[in-house]
Design a protein around this ligand. Structure first.
Ligand SMILES: Nc1ncnc2c1ncn2[C@@H]1O[C@H](COP(=O)(O)OP(=O)(O)OP(=O)(O)O)[C@@H](O)[C@H]1O
Ligand SMILES: [Mg+2]
Length: 475
């Protein structure tokens, strides 16, 4: 049965009638699509029902397509919002990280500035003290040895000697903190220094503390004064022991790593002790800061470590929390070269001799003490209070002068200039410098020039005599 034109149009109109407020364009589209079915109907290919269902089908498809488009737009918007949010979070985290790094480096800078000025003050005070201590310790030592064994004065002067030695130790630490203590850096492997000290550190820890060493066999070399590093190991170990009265473990670790794009060697001290709170942590490197109570700690241990690390162009940092132990990390610049043999300190030192020594020292009391100490040990001693007088004296002295023992800082002409001029007349003379603290006249930023013989004040009669002997015997 074929459909009449009117029926078709009516059907088409009915299907094309807007269900609600429908825009005109939509009606046009629908009309265009409906046309196809209409034509098919006219040619008798389709029944009126078929035409209507085709139109219905087209309607459903359109709705589906529209729904899909809307969903797609929403999905894209959602993805864009997610991406933007993630970017913002990332950026904020990066800003926070940069701010934190900046804050930390500012804090480190301020701390370094503060310690630098305290160091300068401490170094200056210690310098003057060393001249005084040379006299106090030197003479009390001489008197002690001169007194007969049974003399009741011996015990009293021994107390003065002990107090003097303690004061010398304090000024030594202060000078180290202020980087005014000369060093004799050599190329070494830190592992061998740790191994050398291991036995002694083990004894220091006692039975309740386990000492574990984890040393990297491929560790790079560093340029340090072995004596200074020994002191660092000792001071850190004593602190760790004090933080673990009930026992625990101390791990000493070495490793190669990078710091600020520099190759460095890392020395780590990790203990399972009491740890520290924020306010303690802020002050630990300051000289005389201690939480150990009177007569238990002087607060110079970490200040000394700090000075030594600075002098070695290194860095030290610390992480700690109350009850969670403490980790100190020291970074030292890695160097190329071959590890030097670290000579063992010989305890049997000769102090006697009969050679001629010229003592040049502007501090009268110190000079007199030197003359007395060396004369008593058999040496022939000449003396002068400054460089020009020493040169004049040497011109009138035809016999050999074996050692020129001179203070580094003298009025008019410094010890180095004196030595240079002196050598032209006495080329074989051995020069031994002495000073209250390191001077760049004979050292380069605290590092002694090679082959320079040096003894820091204060010293006892035996110490200076042994050093003179060493200078003469050196080949
Ligand atoms: N490993 C550690 N665990 C917990 N606290 C520590 C540790 N090392 C240092 N401290 C804290 O830092 C302070 C300063 O240490 P530092 O070595 O400078 O001085 P000290 O040990 O008190 O005295 P000194 O070393 O002169 O005998 C200590 O008093 C202690 O409070
Ligand atoms: Mg200490």
């Amino acid at each position: 049965m074929s459909l009449r034109d009117e029926d078709l149009r009516a059907a088409h109109r009915a299907s094309a009638a807007p269900a609600g407020p429908c825009p005109e364009s939509e009606t046009l589209v629908r009309a265009a699509e409906g046309r196809l079915a209409e034509v098919f109907g006219q040619w008798g290919f389709m029944s009126g029902q078929d035409v209507a269902s085709v139109e219905g089908l087209l309607d459903a498809r359109r709705r589906e397509a529209r729904l899909f488009a809307v969903a797609l737009v929403f999905a894209l918007l959602f993805l864009a919002a997610c991406w933007q949010t993630a970017r913002l979070i990332r950026e904020r985290a990066r800003t926070r990280q940069t701010e934190e790094a900046l804050r930390q480096s500012q804090e480190r800078y301020m701390q370094a500035q503060k310690l630098e000025s305290i160091g300068r003050l401490a170094g200056g005070v210690a310098h003057d003290f060393n001249n005084l201590l040379t006299v106090i310790n030197g003479y009390s030592d001489l008197v002690f040895h001169d007194l007969p064994e049974q003399s009741p004065l011996r015990q009293q002067i021994d107390q003065v000697r002990k107090a003097g030695a303690r004061a010398a130790d304090l000024t030594h630490q202060l000078l180290t903190f202020g980087r005014k203590q000369v060093g004799r850096p050599v190329v070494v492997n830190l592992n061998s220094l740790v191994r050398d000290a291991e036995k002694m550190l083990g004894r220091l820890m006692g039975e309740d503390i386990q000492l574990i060493t984890e040393l990297d066999p491929s560790l790079g070399l560093v340029m340090v004064d072995p004596g200074h590093i020994h002191q660092v190991l000792m001071n850190l170990a004593v602190n760790a022991r004090d933080a673990m009265p009930q026992g625990g473990a101390l791990v000493i670790e070495t490793a190669n790593t990078e710091l600020d794009r520099r190759e460095v060697v890392q020395l780590t001290f990790r203990d399972t002790g009491a740890g520290m709170d924020e306010s303690t942590l802020k002050n630990i490197f300051e000289p005389f800061f201690t939480t150990k109570g009177p007569n238990k700690g002087t607060g110079l241990g970490l200040a000394t470590v700090y000075g030594i690390v600075q002098q070695s162009q290194g860095r030290i940092d610390v992480a700690s929390q109350p009850g969670k132990g403490t980790t100190f990390r020291i970074f030292l610049p890695r160097v190329e070269g071959e590890a030097a043999e670290v000579p063992a300190v010989s305890s049997a030192r000769r102090t006697q001799g009969s050679e001629t020594i010229l003592v040049v020292e502007d501090q009268e009391e110190v000079r007199e003490f030197l003359v007395k100490a060396l004369t008593e040990r058999g040496y022939r001693v000449l003396q002068a209070s400054d460089g020009p007088k020493a040169l004049e004296l040497s011109r009138g002295h035809t016999a050999a002068i074996h050692v020129l023992l001179t203070d580094v800082i003298l009025p008019g002409m410094n010890g180095r200039e004196l030595a240079d001029q002196f050598r032209t007349a006495h080329p074989t003379v051995r020069v031994l410098y002495t000073s209250g603290y390191t001077q760049d006249v004979i050292a380069d930023r605290g590092v002694l020039h090679r082959d320079v013989a040096y003894i820091s004040k204060p010293y006892t009669a035996d110490e200076i005599a042994a050093k003179v002997r060493e200078a003469i015997d050196r080949v």
